[in-house]
Write a protein that binds this ligand. Structure first.
Ligand SMILES: Cc1cc2nc3c(=O)[nH]c(=O)nc-3n(C[C@H](O)[C@H](O)[C@H](O)COP(=O)(O)O)c2cc1C
Length: 207
């Protein structure tokens, strides 16, 4: 059973995750429910030298100031409550003793030794995003059960060309999200934890 102590890993050690462990994680995540079992996503997994090349190319693109973009509907204006949560997250990260490291680790894709990309059909509906998101959280929880750390991050998807350079992604697919997987490095940035809202801030119950 996955427990509730999980948090995102933002600095991975260079220890590779065994391929069988990664496959086990992915097949467990496949148990996620989806619209009439559509499983409307493809998954591309970069490990070893491929993940290394992706991290290097990403670092270069960031340092050259390359403009990033997404192949799916980009982040838009958030509703007030979500924006307040984001502001809180930013304040917590800013107040962390590791505050300068957040950006640095994003720029090197958290040193992730394995990167899993989820693609969905171009112009997919929100229901497809639901299914792909459920699969993504399945990956994260299954990884935790195996002692493997993870982070879902926009950073993995924001330079689509670097991913297309490595994989022949099906023509009808758009790069939706990336999840870094690996073992946490000994770095207190990996202890960064954020709380969730109280239930009454978003849950309405009527009996
Ligand atoms: C769609 C999505 C995009 C994210 N992008 C980033 C990112 O670019 N950089 C980052 O450091 N964390 C990113 N995260 C991780 C979130 O900040 C993190 O999941 C959230 O703050 C909750 O913390 P926890 O995962 O430690 O519980 C992202 C998470 C999701 C689901």
């Amino acid at each position: 059973m996955a427990d509730l102590t999980r948090n995102s890993t933002r600095n991975f050690s260079d220890k590779q995750v065994d391929l069988d462990v990664l496959k086990h994680i992915i097949s467990e995540a496949q148990k996620a429910p989806s619209w009439e079992n559509a499983q409307p996503y493809q998954v591309y997994l970069a490990t070893g030298e491929t993940a290394k090349r992706l991290r290097k190319s990403h670092e270069k693109l960031v340092s050259s100031g390359e403009k990033s973009w997404t192949e799916v509907v980009p982040p838009q204006e958030w509703d007030q409550k979500a924006q307040a949560n984001i502001n809180n997250w930013q304040a917590s990260a800013g107040a962390s003793p590791k505050n300068t490291e957040f950006g640095e680790m994003n720029d090197v894709l958290f040193n992730a030794p394995a990167i899993l990309y989820i693609t969905i059909k171009k112009d997919a509906s929100s229901y497809v995003a639901y299914d792909a998101g459920a699969f993504g959280y399945g990956v994260i929880l299954a990884a935790q059960k195996q002692g493997v750390g993870s982070i879902p991050a926009f950073g993995f998807a924001r330079y689509p060309a670097e991913v297309h350079n490595e994989f022949d992604i099906l023509d009808d697919q758009a790069i939706f999200m990336g999840i870094g997987l690996g073992y946490a490095a000994d770095d207190s940035i990996n202890d960064f934890k954020v709380e969730r809202n109280e239930l009454d801030q978003f849950l309405t119950i009527k009996d």
